[in-house]
Write a protein that binds this ligand. Structure first.
Ligand code: ASP
Length: 352
């Protein structure tokens, strides 16, 4: 081969390889919903700030390094502090996630969100997303304008997880402070600490260190494609109230929930989902009126078992197993779209 020909063959080869490398980049869509990660304050050091101020473009432009990991596009689904997360936003978000994941040119999704109700939104999506592709939620404890804001690295790691084929089939994941959590199993443990999320009972699904992922486990309960739930065509979720139980709880809180139209009640009980005698009497009345009652616990770990100190078989209550009150509320809302039978709902609590 002549030297000139060899040179051009070599050039073509280099071009083909670099074109392939470019074409191999996955497509990741970032859906922004607000939260502290999009929050801003007047100074870099003040504690007070407003959540959900900064748009998705600003979040993306703050981390140009994510363009090396994936081809990125962004959409603003909402811009609220997650204390204002609602059924309406959940339904809109679920519809958008499912529509995007159905497209062959979308490989994964990152959702930015507030930390306050991330447990609920991630578990909701874990039950209603109908795809095996990665869905990764992230958040931040410090607003985007703070010194040492934690949002940018969390977004970088979240994109690295969403772009990783190994993230598929693990349900909705939550990436924060280098940790990868399963949507069912983490808890916000501190009001202010950057290391707020902990997967106390089951451990982490993995870790992401500057975008290098290491995987430890796959969540084993039914989720995403295997879930029994769907919100396709649903425009309203049934009302489910959580009643926090204390010593000497006022049973009229339970009566008020029923009177105001709750279709389901979750008790955030003491210990193994226990409650005062008068509260239990109000629960029995609620069940007679057709309301489904799930006993959960205000304790941060362990599970609520059937027929331990409350005879669920006799009373007609459902035991929440490992689901804390906020997640139990999500599952009960979805279960009530299908049935009011406590035995069937109990099985959902064991399997999801
Ligand atoms: N209140 C904020 C929110 O949940 C807190 C945070 O994001 O850290 O939107």
């Amino acid at each position: 081969m002549k030297l000139g020909m060899m040179r051009s063959t070599f050039l073509l080869l280099v071009l083909a390889i670099s074109w392939q490398a470019q074409a191999a980049k996955p497509n990741v869509v970032i859906l922004a919903t607000g939260g502290t990660i999009a929050g801003s304050a007047e100074s870099q050091t003040q504690a007070g700030y407003t959540s959900g101020q900064v748009g998705v473009d600003v979040l993306i432009n703050a981390v140009p390094q994510i363009q090396e990991l994936a081809d990125i596009s962004g959409e603003q689904v909402a811009n609220v502090g997650s204390q204002d997360m609602s059924d309406a936003i959940w339904l809109k978000l679920a519809a958008r996630v499912n529509a995007l994941l159905a497209k062959s040119d979308v490989d994964g999704i990152v959702i930015t969100h507030g930390t306050d109700t991330l447990e609920e939104t991630s578990y909701f999506l874990n039950l209603v997303v109908n795809s095996d592709k990665p869905v990764v939620m992230t958040a931040a404890m410090r607003p985007s304008t703070a010194l040492s804001a934690d949002g940018p690295l969390n977004i970088y790691n979240a994109v690295a997880v969403a772009a990783d084929p190994k993230a598929a089939k693990r349900g909705v994941l939550v990436v924060a402070n280098d940790d990868i959590h399963g949507a069912r199993s983490f808890t916000k443990t501190s009001t202010t600490d950057v290391q707020t999320f902990r997967s106390i009972e089951y451990g982490l699904v993995g870790v992401s260190l500057y975008g290098k992922n290491r995987w430890f486990r796959a969540p084993f309960r039914k989720h995403t494609k295997a879930s029994d739930f769907s919100v396709k065509g649903v425009d309203k979720l049934p009302r489910v109230d959580v009643i926090y139980i204390t010593a000497d709880t006022s049973p009229d809180l339970i009566e008020a929930a029923v009177g105001n139209g709750a279709k389901g009640i979750v008790t955030a009980g003491v210990g193994n989902g226990n409650m005062t005698g008068p509260a239990l009497a109000a629960v029995k009345k609620a069940i007679k009126a057709g309301v489904v009652v799930v006993r959960s616990s205000r304790v941060t770990s362990g599970s609520v078992g059937r027929n331990v100190e409350v005879n669920d078989d006799e009373v007609g209550t459902v035991a929440s197993a490992e689901l804390n009150p906020s997640r139990a509320r999500v599952l009960l809302k979805l279960a009530l779209l299908k049935t009011r039978d406590p035995a069937t709902i109990q099985q959902y609590f064991y399997s999801h």
